[in-house]
Design a protein around this ligand. Structure first.
Ligand code: ADP
Length: 204
C-alpha cells in the first residue's frame, strides 16, 4: 500500500541575490517531496524557448526590473494549480513585494490554505555580492552584470525585505544563517521546518 505523506508543506524561501536560496530551495523541496516553483526559472525557461511570455519579459529581466505583478501572479497561480503542487510547494522568488503577498494570500485562501513557513536565508551583503560575481563567471546570466545586480539588490532591500515583517507578524519566519557549508545550511533549514512539524518525506 502506498503511504500518504501526513503533512503538506507550503513554503517560501527568501534571501538576497546570491544568498544561495536557489540551491537550498532545490535541496529542501527534494527532501520534502514537493516541487520548487521559481518565478525566475520560469521566466528564463520561456526566454530560452522563445515563447510569447519570454519575448515579453526579456528586456525586463536584463534590466533587473520586476515583471508586472499581474503577469507574474497569473503564472504562479497557474503553476500552483498543477497536480504536483497539491501537497505543497516551495516558492522561490515569489512573492517579492507587498502586492504579490496579497495576491498569493487571496489565491491560497480560495482553498483554505496559507503559507506554512518562510525561510529567510541570511547572508551579509558583501558575501552575496561576492557569490554573484562568481555566478556571473560560471553561468553567464545576462542579468548578472553590475547595473542589473545593483538594481536587483536595491529592489530586494526596498520591496522584498519588508514582506518579512508581514510574515513575521504571522509567526512563520525562520531566519537561517546562510553562511558556511552547503550541507550544514540544508540541515539548519530542515531542523527549523521539523520544529514546525514539517518533516522530510523519508521521516514521515
Ligand atoms: P535573483 O533573485 O538573482 O534576482 P530570480 O531568478 O529570482 O533572480 O529573478 C530573476 C528576475 O526575474 C528578476 O530580476 C525579475 O526580473 C524576474 N522575477 C522573478 N520573480 C519575480 C517576481 N516575483 N515578480 C516580478 N519579477 C520577478
Amino acid at each position: 500500500m502506498a503511504s500518504t505523506p501526513a503533512t503538506t508543506a507550503r513554503l517560501l524561501i527568501v534571501g538576497p541575490q546570491g544568498s544561495g536560496k536557489g540551491t537550498q530551495g532545490i535541496r529542501i523541496a527534494e527532501a520534502l517531496g514537493i516541487p520548487v516553483v521559481s518565478t525566475g526559472d520560469i521566466f528564463r525557461a520561456n526566454i530560452k524557448e522563445g515563447t510569447e511570455l519570454g519575448r515579453q519579459v526579456t528586456e525586463i529581466l536584463d534590466r533587473g526590473d520586476l515583471v508586472p505583478d499581474e503577469l507574474t501572479g497569473a503564472i504562479v497561480r497557474d503553476r500552483l494549480q498543477q497536480a504536483d503542487a497539491a501537497r505543497g510547494f516551495l516558492l522561490d522568488g515569489y512573492p517579492r513585494n507587498a502586492a504579490q503577498v496579497s495576491d498569493l494570500d487571496a489565491f491560497l485562501a480560495e482553498s483554505d490554505a496559507a503559507l506554512d513557513a518562510v525561510i529567510l536565508l541570511d547572508v551579509a551583503r558583501e558575501e552575496s555580492i561576492a557569490r554573484l560575481s562568481l555566478r556571473a563567471v560560471e553561468q553567464g546570466r545576462s542579468d548578472d552584470n553590475e547595473e542589473a545586480i545593483a538594481k536587483r539588490l536595491d529592489i530586494y532591500e526596498k520591496e522584498t525585505a519588508p514582506i518579512l515583517e508581514v510574515y513575521g507578524a504571522r509567526g512563520i519566519v525562520d531566519r537561517i544563517d546562510g553562511a558556511g557549508d552547503l550541507d550544514e545550511i540544508t540541515e539548519r533549514i530542515l531542523a527549523a521546518l521539523e520544529a514546525r512539524g514539517l518533516a522530510p518525506a523519508a521521516a514521515v
